[in-house]
Design a protein around this ligand. Structure first.
Ligand code: SF4
Ligand code: SF4
Length: 99
């Protein structure tokens, strides 16, 4: 997992490569604790996923560190990407890795 100049959060699960583009993320851009998207990605990860995203500094960040923990916890539900598209600008991009 890495944060490219704090512009993009990129991390991997077993089968997914997940990127959150902070340059388009509403609360990150506006430094807003109450964005119109409602932090839908974090809520979706709590509801459908495994709570591996959290809010910190008005942006979604990883609540889990370590690749083994990510592999174990991420259920690869794609909900964060879907809910950012539905409620926000669609700044989460998930690529399914070829096996
Ligand atoms: S839903 Fe999208 S815009 Fe909103 S906090 Fe998550 S990544 Fe950012
Ligand atoms: S794919 Fe599912 S478990 Fe993984 S970060 Fe997104 S919402 Fe959370």
């Amino acid at each position: 997992m890495k944060t490219k100049s704090a512009k993009v959060l990129e991390f991997n699960s077993r089968k997914l490569q997940i990127k959150i583009d902070y340059r388009r993320c509403l609360p990150a851009v506006g430094n807003d604790s109450n964005p119109s998207c409602g932090f839908a990605c974090v809520k979706a990860c709590r509801l459908y996923g495994r709570n591996i995203l959290k809010i910190e500094g008005n942006k979604p960040v990883l609540a889990v560190t370590g690749q083994e923990e990510l592999n174990r916890l991420d259920n690869e539900c794609l909900s964060c990407e879907y809910h950012c598209q539905a409620m926000g600008p669609g700044c989460i991009d998930i690529v399914v890795k070829e096996s």
